[in-house]
Design a protein around this ligand. Structure first.
Ligand code: NAD
Length: 429
C-alpha cells in the first residue's frame, strides 16, 4: 500500500516543476551518462534539498501594506554551505529559483569552491518601489529567512535588481538579530562592511580570462581578435574594457536601447563617457547604430553574450558569424542553438565556467570575512586567474578526451565533484 501511495504521489507535479526547472533537469540527465555517478546519488541530486516560500508584508509609502511572495531554494549542501543570489523580479517563482540553484551547484563544484547552489528572490516589480520600500522589503525578507540562512548554512549575494545596498541591509538585519556584526552572512556587500576589492569587476574579467584560455588552446592571439559584446552592464561593460585592455578590438556593443558597431574597432573610452553622461548607448554619434538582433550577427571572432537568457535560438544561430560564443549571462543559448552552433564548428564557452568569476571572488570575500584578514587587488586577481585556469583546463581536456561539447564537459566536471562527495559521505541516515 505504501508503495502504491508513493507512485501516486510521484504522478503529481512537484511545486518547483516548471519549464525552467525541467530544462535544468534535462541538462543534468544529458550529462549524467558521462559522469559515472551512482543511481542513488543521481536520484538525490534531481531534487533541491530545501525549498522555502514565505510571504513578506511591506508597508508602502502611502501607508497601506502589500504582501509579496518570496522564495529561497537550496539545491545541495553536500560540499558546504549553499550560495546564490537574491533577485527582485516579477517572474520569480519556486521553479526558477530551483533551476538556478541547481546550476549554481554545478558551477561552484566545477570551480572547486566548497559550496552548493542556492537561489532566492521576491516576486515584485522593483522599479515601482521606492528606496524605503525596498529597504523594508529586504529587511523583512531577511528576517523571514533567518532560520535557513547563515555563514555556515546559506550565503546570499546580489542578483537581478539587487546590489551592494541590498546586501548591506541584509547583513545589518542578520547582525542585529545575532547581536554582533556578521559580515560573512552575504557577499557582494560594500567594501566598508567587509566587501571584497575586485568583486565588482570579477565576472567580466573572468569572462575574458576564459576567452583568453580558449584562444591559447586554438592557437590564436587574443590581441588579434575582433569582439562583439551584448550587454554593457556589470558583466558586459567590464568584459568589453578588459578585452580592449588586452589588445583585442571591440567592433560592436549593445545595451537595452540597441547596439553600435564599427568594424575598425570602437573607441570604448569615448563610448563610456557617452554612457556616463547620457545613461545609455542611444544617440551615440560616432558609430553605426544596429538593432540588438543585427548585433548578434555581426562578423567577429568572439561574441560575448552578457545581457539576458535565450539570445541565440534556432532562428538566429544559423546566421551568427563568429568563431567563439562566450556566455557571460546565464542561459543565453538555447538547447537548439547549441546544436546548430556545434554543427557549424562554433565553440560555445558555457556559462557555468565563463561567468564563474563572480562566485569565485564572492568565495574569496567570505574567506576574508571569516578570517578578518583582507587581501589586495593583485592577490585577488592572481587567485581568480588560478581558479579560472584550473577549471578551464579540466573542462577543455575532458571535452577533448571524451569528444563532448564544452557545456557537457563543464556539467560533467561539476556533477562528478558533487557525486563523488555524496558517495563518500553516504545518504543520511
Ligand atoms: P546588468 O543589469 O548590470 O547589465 C545588463 C546589461 O544588459 C545592461 O547593459 C542592459 O542595458 C543590457 N540589456 C538588457 N536587455 C538587453 C537586450 N535586450 N539587448 C541587449 N542588451 C540588453 O546585469 P549583469 O550583472 O551585467 O548581468 C548580465 C547577465 O550576467 C545576467 O544573465 C546575469 O545573471 C549574469 N551574471 C552576472 C553576474 C554578476 O556578477 N553580475 C555573475 C554571473 C552571471
Amino acid at each position: 500500500m505504501a508503495r502504491l501511495e508513493q507512485s501516486r504521489l510521484e504522478q503529481t507535479p512537484l511545486e518547483w516543476d516548471t519549464p525552467l526547472f525541467k530544462t535544468a533537469l534535462a541538462q543534468f540527465e544529458q550529462a549524467l551518462p558521462h559522469a559515472s555517478v551512482e543511481d542513488s546519488v543521481a536520484e538525490r541530486l534531481r531534487f533541491p534539498e530545501r525549498a522555502v516560500m514565505v510571504s513578506v508584508p511591506v508597508k508602502l509609502d502611502e501607508g497601506n501594506y502589500h504582501v509579496f511572495p518570496a522564495y529561497r531554494v537550496q539545491h545541495s549542501s553536500v560540499l558546504g554551505p549553499t550560495k546564490g543570489g537574491i533577485r527582485y523580479d516579477s517572474h520569480v517563482s519556486l521553479g526558477e529559483c530551483a533551476a538556478l540553484a541547481m546550476w549554481m551547484t554545478w558551477k561552484c563544484a566545477l570551480l572547486r569552491l566548497p559550496y552548493g547552489g542556492a537561489k532566492g528572490g521576491v516576486r515584485c516589480e522593483p522599479r515601482g518601489l521606492s528606496a524605503g520600500e525596498l529597504q523594508r522589503l529586504t529587511r523583512r525578507y531577511t528576517a523571514e529567512m533567518m532560520s535557513v540562512i547563515g555563514p555556515q548554512e546559506d550565503i546570499p549575494a546580489p542578483d537581478m535588481a539587487t546590489d551592494e545596498q541590498t546586501m548591506a541591509w541584509m547583513m545589518d538585519t542578520y547582525s542585529m538579530q545575532k547581536g554582533y556584526a556578521v559580515p560573512e552572512i552575504v557577499t557582494g556587500k560594500p567594501i566598508s562592511i567587509g566587501g571584497s576589492i575586485f568583486r565588482h569587476e570579477a565576472t567580466g574579467v573572468g569572462v575574458v580570462m576564459v576567452v583568453e584560455q580558449a584562444c591559447q588552446r586554438l592557437g590564436w592571439a587574443l590581441g588579434q581578435q575582433r569582439c562583439v559584446v551584448q550587454g554593457f552592464g556589470k558583466v558586459g561593460g567590464i568584459a568589453a574594457h578588459e578585452l580592449v585592455a588586452r589588445g583585442a578590438s571591440v567592433v560592436g556593443v549593445a545595451d537595452v536601447s540597441g547596439g553600435i558597431a564599427d568594424p575598425e574597432g570602437l573607441d570604448l573610452a569615448d563610448v563610456q563617457r557617452w554612457i556616463d553622461e547620457q545613461g545609455g548607448l542611444e544617440g551615440y554619434p560616432s558609430a553605426r547604430h544596429v538593432s540588438n538582433n543585427e548585433l548578434l550577427e555581426l562578423p567577429c571572432d568572439v561574441l560575448v553574450l552578457a545581457a539576458l537568457e535565450d539570445q541565440l535560438t534556432a532562428e538566429n544561430a544559423p546566421r551568427v558569424q563568429t568563431r567563439i560564443v562566450a556566455e557571460g549571462a546565464n542561459g543565453p543559448t538555447s538547447l537548439e542553438a547549441d546544436a546548430i552552433l556545434a554543427d557549424r564548428g562554433i565553440q560555445v564557452l558555457p556559462d557555468i565556467l565563463t561567468n564563474a568569476g563572480g562566485v569565485t571572488v564572492s568565495y574569496f570575500e567570505w574567506v576574508q570575512d571569516l578570517g578578518r584578514l583582507f587581501w589586495d587587488r593583485e592577490e585577488i586577481r592572481a587567485r581568480l586567474s588560478a581558479k579560472m585556469t584550473d577549471a578551464f583546463d579540466r573542462v577543455w581536456d575532458l571535452s577533448l578526451e571524451r569528444g563532448l561539447a564544452l557545456r557537457t564537459s563543464a556539467l560533467v566536471a561539476g556533477i562528478q565533484e558533487v557525486g563523488n562527495a555524496l558517495r563518500d559521505r553516504g545518504i543520511y541516515p
